[in-house]
Design a protein around this ligand. Structure first.
Ligand code: ADP
Length: 254
């Protein structure tokens, strides 16, 4: 803890992430919790253990609720900063979170060249898979492995989360195997994400962040669909908070 020189906090709609970096910008501490309804209370509790002189950059959907923030920065800038610290090269970043997804074009020195965002519709986000996982009693962590073991995709024609759920229920009633249904569901999500990537164009490699990319089927199916190199950081869910911490460190060097 003593080595922490700056903090980045990403208040997402699904999870709250905090990363602490040392003077060299190395991540030395982190915490991840499910978002609570009153984010300001949650954040205050999580930050209470730190000295108030530490610089704190807040980002994410609830970034304006962080009273301790010395600066507030958009998710686009923080995700790009975090992923650039990890890979150190240009390319396209796709972040898939619980309730939004975004695609960011990153230039050779880590700058944001362009971006597109979906935060209006659950299809194209983690929520699309989560709803079905809950409904079908499949633990989220088992969705990916089941999809990878499936023999075929079953076409899911509804792009809306609510209609896709009823379509799945009728496929089950017709005796279609669960893994094939789940694979079809993942295919529908991937197609939406690919369409979003195409609005700004893919400059390989495709770099991934966000909680949803921990699902191994997402990574593999994106690779198949785009026929491009797809790379994953060690801690994809922490990229926004890491970027925020690095920005906090730059602004307040010791
Ligand atoms: P946000 O920043 O929008 O709050 P995150 O990037 O933290 O979202 O991602 C949260 C989402 O990640 C959850 O909706 C959940 O569906 C998904 N997720 C988390 N862990 C896993 C996992 N092991 N496998 C599949 N999905 C996961």
């Amino acid at each position: 803890m003593a080595s922490i020189q700056a903090l980045g906090i990403d208040v997402g709609s699904t999870t709250v992430k905090i990363v602490g970096v040392d003077a060299g910008g190395n991540p030395v501490w982190h915490i991840l919790e499910q978002s609570e309804p009153y984010a300001e209370v949650q954040v205050e509790r999580l930050l209470a253990q730190f000295s108030s002189i530490l610089p704190v950059v807040a980002t994410g959907y609830g970034r304006n609720l962080v009273r301790q923030a010395t600066r507030i920065v958009t998710e686009i800038t923080c995700h790009a900063r975090g992923i650039y610290a990890e890979f150190r090269h240009s390319g396209t970043l796709l972040d898939i979170g619980g309730q939004d997804s975004k695609v960011i074009q990153i230039g050779p020195t880590g700058e944001v060249l362009d971006f597109a965002m979906n935060d209006k519709c659950a299809a194209g986000t983690g929520r699309f898979l989560e709803n079905t996982a809950r409904r079908l009693n499949v633990p989220l962590e088992q969705m990916g492995p089941k999809v990878l073991a499936a023999e075929e995709d079953v076409a899911i024609s509804s792009t809306c989360t609510v209609f896709a759920e009823s379509e799945i229920i009728s496929l089950i009633a017709r005796g279609v195997p669960l893994p094939s249904i789940l694979r079809g569901l993942h295919r529908a999500l991937i197609k939406r994400l690919v369409a979003m990537i195409q609005t700004i164009g893919l400059v390989p490699p495709l770099m991934l962040s966000g909680g949803v990319v921990q699902n191994p089927a997402i990574c593999q199916m994106l690779q198949e669909e785009l026929d491009a190199e797809v790379i994953l950081p060690g801690t994809p869910q922490l990229m926004g908070a890491l970027g925020a911490a690095l920005i906090a460190l730059e602004r307040h060097p010791k």
